[in-house]
Design a protein around this ligand. Structure first.
Ligand SMILES: [Zn+2]
Length: 127
């Protein structure tokens, strides 16, 4: 089979649908980047002016604050990776195709989470 025929058999989204998705994803990246900055700023351990030798109570608060910041930062980081991955897929003309199996991702799934890059079956396997 000729390569061009194979490419034709893959259904991709038309440009007029992809454009708003792309714009949405780009806006999300900006938004989540801002959130990332904010988390880093709120991290008490990132604050150089913090006093050493606090009471135990304060230390515990800081530990919790640190833990929360780490969890949040990790979540934001992962989400940013996901958003960038989806944007790259648009650029490559592979948006809507599962990273794992290459099949079309359910459009209902994409409508809820446009940054998703795996189909429901592959996502289930990951869990
Ligand atoms: Zn899949």
């Amino acid at each position: 089979m000729m390569k061009t025929d194979q490419q034709k058999s893959v259904i991709t989204f038309p440009r007029n649908i992809l454009e708003p998705i792309k714009r949405f994803l780009e806006e999300e990246v900006v938004k989540w980047k801002r959130a990332e900055k904010k988390i880093k700023k709120n991290d008490p351990f990132a604050d150089d002016t913090r006093t050493v030798g606090n009471s135990l109570e304060n230390d515990t608060d800081e530990q919790i604050g640190r833990f929360e910041a780490e969890v949040k930062a990790d979540f934001v980081k992962k989400h940013l990776v996901q958003l960038r991955k989806a944007l790259t897929k648009i650029k490559l003309g592979r948006y809507g195709l599962c990273d794992k199996c290459g099949k079309m991702i359910d459009t209902e799934r994409l409508a809820i989470k446009p940054e998703i890059t795996t189909c429901i079956n592959c996502a289930r396997d990951q869990e």
